[in-house]
Design a protein around this ligand. Sequence first.
Ligand code: BTN
Length: 244
Amino acid sequence: MTATPVLPDGWTLVALDSVGSTNDEAARLADAGAAEGTVVWAREQTGGRGRRGRHWASPAGNLYSSTILRPVCAPPRATELGFVAALAVADVVPAGRDVRVKWPNDVMVDGGKIAGILLESSIGQGGIVEHVVAGIGINVRFAPQLADMRYPGAALGGSVEGALEQLTRALSRRLAEWRRDGFETVRAAWLDRAGPLGIEVDVRLGEELVRGRFAGLDREGALLLETPAGPRKIVSGELLGRAA
Ligand code: BTN
């Protein structure tokens, strides 16, 4: 356990006791020119945000971090970073626990959600990505249980400092892999950690509920389903239940 987390070479830590949302603080720093690998970490968040406008409970004891990334790519490719981040989270889970990634960016451990990932991009003139903030929350000491939670929670154990060190190392490795090999390697690693092909899943698309068999992930990160009406490709939606 270390008091001040040590980040990978060239990365910079901005450590805060309390902040509204580390994503907002990281976006502010990115707009002011902060480099890739700047990590905003707060012991607690007073306005932690989840996907789809949800609240992310953020009392002290769990990990709240947002990393500034500056990929040189068009917006559709930036969404690949959600899969990169999910793999990095899965990498920090100790061996012996059942870890599964769940489309699009969830990480489940022993059947419970252990982490949340909120990617937010800033698009500049010409439609090029200026920066991406990869906000990652990991349940370390406890799993908050809220009335609107769709899954049970799970927790990593250990220290928040240790979790941040491991997460940034894993993220640095996975990013290097993505830059070197492209999405294909990430996609294969993600499928390796996902639920088995063929299991039945439900996906919510706004008001519509689609049921089908999990048939993989396409080259752009869309979820592939075999439904009674034929194959279906889901670009944006919410997978319900615990698997895939
Ligand atoms: C989800 O809905 O699953 C995503 C939750 C993302 C939470 C993290 S905690 C660090 C960062 N700051 C935020 O306000 N949200 C993300």
